[in-house]
Design a binder for this molecule. Structure first.
Ligand SMILES: [Zn+2]
Ligand SMILES: [Zn+2]
Length: 144
């Protein structure tokens, strides 16, 4: 999905849900969506610094929190970095294939996986707040 399309979709979503899509939020999303690799918070801060003068880390963190909360982006825990959502943020639980060679992350969805897991977990009385599966390996392109 192109960066423009991602931004457009989020714009529409925010308008329909009465959410404010501020300049900082847009900028952070644009930066992450146009990157080919997952970006850490400080990468986002550095990129933002090219557009506005001395952006504050707290501004970036707040924008990232917002984007995460609405699942416009996902956090890859093992890399401590963020990727844009390519699945229309209507899903619960995601699976990510992380290439250890080139660093590319691909989002996949097997919707029955989170559902099955939730059922199992509900039986134990445990309360599930979030779920991410990260699968490490080598992507097609990086294989010899
Ligand atoms: Zn997603
Ligand atoms: Zn690769």
């Amino acid at each position: 999905m192109s960066t423009n399309k991602v931004i457009k979709e989020v714009e529409v979503y925010c308008r329909e849900h009465g959410i404010r899509f501020t300049d900082q939020r847009r900028m952070a999303l644009e930066i992450i969506a146009s990157s080919k690799k997952p970006l850490g918070a400080y990468d986002v801060l550095a990129e933002m610094g090219k557009e506005v003068e001395n952006p504050k880390p707290t501004t970036v963190y707040r924008a990232l929190d917002f984007l995460l909360e609405h699942a416009f982006i996902h956090k890859i825990e093992s890399l401590n970095a963020f990727v844009v959502c390519h699945a229309g943020h209507s899903h619960e639980g995601s699976q990510f294939m992380v290439c250890d060679d080139c660093g590319k992350v691909e989002e996949v969805h097997l919707c029955h996986l989170p559902k099955d897991l939730k059922k199992k977990i509900d039986d134990t009385g445990f309360q599930l707040t979030r779920w991410n599966t990260e699968i490490h390996g080598t992507c097609n392109r990086c294989q010899p």
